[in-house]
Design a protein around this ligand. Structure first.
Ligand code: NAD
Ligand code: DAU
Length: 367
């Protein structure tokens, strides 16, 4: 297949591109990314010269350019990850989230529709796969006071997000993702486009932009900078190793049923404060410091506005229908992740200095 992956220079996107390019040498993988602050082509150095990989610096909101790409590469599948993804930024600037996440998704859908409907085979053999988030379901209650805490986590409440749960987004980010999910379903129901959606929990692993909790805190611990914990650190997130998400995306794209939604998660709930303590002891140990020496970096700060209390995904459907389950235990995943960031200080420094943004000019602009 000839496939467009949007947002391939971002955190999850680069793992998806790497998996597809290596696993399907006869497929063409076209990475369409605008290269916002969150896009980093250095994440893809190891695949950028592969013959079945192309990069196109294009904004998904630019319908004409997307349509031209669909024609140029005779695109049969779209895996849509491009988005504004950081909740804190959405609180400061909700409009750019509506623009990219809602209007961008709509432009992409419309370009795919115009192109595929112009072909004799129309939607035959085509697929539009939209990557969404568990945040569209809102927040769950914490009614298991003794839950969690054990390594590997445990449920902090009796309820989980299932695919039929009512949408109840709270942040501008999750509201924009919810809206984009509705447009994707509308394009199936109205035009017969073969769509599929997945909603995943919090990802962690290599190449995550250091505005998000785990890479930000690992870097701060390394440099002995304060760790700004929102509220009391009581909020719960369900963490999944990013390569397990990429494997699920591959599976759902190829084998998921049209018009279905699949939840993806690791049944791995952690209170932020417990996770942060694991990060501190792991960084300390790997850097040869006394374990826990940096606990005093924890600094409780004003809570995030509208901060969702608990996310917890029920991914039973994905397991039963397509046989997916996480491959990595959290202890192993977090150790690997901390080690990766400590071993890739240069990658981190190029982001914090802004140098990573020059990579496109150096490597691609003159091609
Ligand atoms: P990210 O912020 O790391 O990367 C987003 C990518 O999209 C960047 O490369 C950026 O340059 C690109 N992009 C942004 N606006 C664009 C535009 N207008 N046109 C083209 N490209 C544009 O995000 P991520 O964490 O990798 O998330 C990817 C997707 O997965 C998002 O849709 C997000 O909602 C979803 N998701 C993320 C998580 C998570 O924990 N990170 C969990 C569930 C779902
Ligand atoms: O659940 C999936 C979502 O996970 C994705 O859709 C989002 O794109 C992704 O960013 C992530 O959202 P969160 O808001 O959960 O991730 P973040 O890393 O920003 O925060 C994780 C938790 O840590 C959250 O409860 C807020 C808290 N936090 C975060 C930061 C950056 C802090 O306490 N301090 C911080 O400095």
């Amino acid at each position: 297949m000839n496939i467009i992956v949007t947002g391939g220079a971002g955190f999850i996107g680069n793992h998806v591109i790497r998996l597809l390019v290596n696993k399907y040498p006869n497929d063409l993988i076209v990475n369409v990314d605008k290269l916002t602050y969150a896009g980093n082509l250095e994440n893809l150095r190891d695949v950028e010269k592969c013959s079945n990989y192309r990069f196109e610096k294009v904004d998904i909101c630019d319908l004409d350019s997307i349509l031209a790409l669909m024609k140029k590469y005779e695109i049969e599948g779209v895996i849509h990850l491009a988005a504004e993804s950081h909740v804190d930024r959405s609180i400061k600037d909700p409009f750019s989230f509506a623009q990219t996440n809602v209007m961008g998704t709509l432009s992409l859908l419309q370009a795919a529709r115009l192109y595929w409907e112009s072909r004799p085979e129309r939607y035959e053999g085509k697929r539009f796969y939209h990557i969404s988030t568990d945040e569209v379901y809102g927040a769950l209650e914490m009614n298991h006071p003794e839950g969690g805490n054990e390594p590997g986590g445990g449920p902090w409440g009796s309820e989980f997000f299932t695919e039929d749960r009512r949408y109840q987004p709270h942040s501008p980010y999750s509201a924009s993702k919810a809206s984009s999910d509705h447009f994707v379903r509308a394009f199936h129901d109205t035009y017969g486009m073969p769509t599929v959606i997945s909603n995943c929990s919090n990802n962690y692993g290599p190449y995550q932009f250091p505005e998000k909790l785990i890479p930000l805190f690992i870097n701060n611990i390394r440099h002995r900078r304060p760790l700004p914990v929102y509220g009391k650190g009581e909020n719960v997130r369900d963490w999944l190793y990013v390569e397990d998400h990429a494997r699920a995306i591959d599976l759902i794209f190829h084998e998921g049923r049209v018009a279905e939604t699949y939840n993806i998660g690791g049944f791995n709930e952690w209170k932020n404060i417990d996770l942060i303590k694991v990060l501190i002891t792991t960084v300390d140990r790997l850097l040869g410091r006394p374990e826990g020496a940096d606990m005093d970096l924890i600094t409780f700060v004003t809570d995030r506005a509208g901060h969702d209390m608990r996310y917890a995904i029920d991914s039973t459907k994905l397991k039963q229908e397509l046989g997916w389950q996480p491959s990595l235990q959290f202890e192993e995943g977090i150790e690997k992740t901390v080690k990766w960031y400590l071993d890739h200080q240069e990658w981190m420094d190029r982001i914090t200095s802004g140098d990573y943004m020059k990579y496109y000019e150096e490597m691609y602009a003159n091609r």
